[in-house]
Design a protein around this ligand. Structure first.
Ligand code: IPM
Ligand code: MG
Length: 364
């Protein structure tokens, strides 16, 4: 039985970084006999150019027939003038919705060797290891009605933030399950002092929390959370929140680590998981062997952990990445004096070399 992995490299640096992650996965495959079977499809701007649509049917079919999806990035200036429904980003939103990926997991870990890369003081971020659980298929991103219309001789636009209790319950439950495997702390973030949606969110979260007496559930307003993240981020372990708040807070959390090029993500919920780096498509450096492939390589590790239940492979990859960072290899985004500047391909090579001879246990 082979495990089919759909590859959606997408736009900009997407193909550069996905290529390296695939090389890493192939090595782990050989070591552990996973029988991975890769198949590529189009998404985003490149899909628009080839088919006229950001998420072609064939792509969706391939994803549905796969065990997991590894995605690079979508978007670029070439498609910036397209209307919202035809933009590359619409492909990403559509695939999340179609595959019912309601949970977006974004770990923000500060690598000990990269402390200097953060704009915050070392003692504030040293040892930072937080985990954002963002609701991904609901809230204001998808709420109806939405639109833009003529109004009073001008225009007005509107969106709807909406959650039903079931949507809130399943994401908070997942966050509690994740917290059980970590420090047992969940902070649910909302704007319950102003929004009805958030008041419901808080009520449901509180109710779910009662099923997890071993998990300490707290609540925080989103504005305060944004402030606390830069004041004292280590007070948090798991943060659970809605789609829009999670979009914003996860970028903030990523930057605490100083290295958005290092951060992976997993989107789960339906039968197929989707894995992608947190960073964007960086069209200015696409195809130039400059992009940092680590976030995508670590996303491949998450793929092994969550979709293939291959903990050993995930830990092998994570161990190899830590080793290479400790050795001082840096792509341009993280390069500082005294470290070794490498391109995308050389970074991949270094990680492959570190994988060689690695076993899950000794390198975890
Ligand atoms: C993200 C991105 C996307 C989002 C965009 C590209 C649609 O910012 O994955 O965080 O807003 O969800
Ligand atoms: Mg975002």
């Amino acid at each position: 039985m082979s495990a089919k992995i759909a590859l959606l490299p997408g736009d900009g640096i997407g193909p550069d970084v996905v290529q390296e992650a695939v090389r890493v996965l192939r090595v782990v495959d050989v070591k552990l006999g996973l029988k991975l079977d890769f198949e590529e499809a189009l998404i985003g701007g490149t899909a628009i150019d080839a088919t006229g649509r950001p998420l072609p049917d064939e792509t969706l079919e391939l994803c549905r027939a796969s065990r997991a999806v590894l995605l690079g990035a979508v978007g670029g200036p070439k498609w910036d003038d397209f209307s919202k429904a035809d933009r590359p980003e619409a492909g990403l939103l559509a695939i999340r919705k179609e595959l019912e990926l309601f949970a977006n997991l974004r770990p923000a870990v500060c690598f000990p060797d990269l402390i200097g890369a953060s704009t915050l003081r070392p003692e504030v971020v040293e040892g930072l290891d937080l985990f954002i659980v963002r609701e991904l298929t609901g809230g204001i991103y998808f709420g109806e009605p939405r639109g833009c219309e003529p109004h009073d001789g001008g225009e007005r636009a509107y969106n709807t933030m909406v959650y039903d209790a079931g949507e809130i319950e399943r994401i908070v439950r997942l966050a509690c399950e994740i917290a059980r495997e970590r420090s047992g702390k969940v902070c649910s973030v909302d704007k319950a002092n102003v929004l009805e949606v958030s008041a419901l969110w808080r009520r449901v979260a509180t109710r779910v929390g009662e099923d997890y007496p071993d998990v300490e559930l707290t609540h925080m307003y989103v504005d305060n959370c944004a402030m606390q993240l830069v004041r004292n981020p280590k007070q948090f372990d798991v943060i659970v929140t809605g789609n829009l708040f999670g979009d914003i807070l996860s970028d903030e959390a990523a930057m605490l680590t100083g290295s958005i090029g290092m951060l992976p993500s997993a989107s789960l919920g339906g039968s197929v998981g989707l894995y992608e780096p947190v960073h964007g498509s960086a069209p200015d450096i696409a195809g130039q062997d400059k992009a940092n492939p680590v976030a995508t390589i670590l996303s491949a590790a998450m793929l092994l952990r969550y979709s293939l239940e291959c903990l050993e492979g995930a830990e092998m990859i994570e161990g190899a990445v830590s080793k290479v960072i400790a050795k001082g290899y840096r792509t341009a985004d993280l390069h500082e004096p005294g470290t070794k500047l490498v391109g995308t391909r050389d970074m991949g090579d270094a990680i492959l070399e570190a994988l060689d001879g690695a076993t899950g246990e000794s390198d975890a």
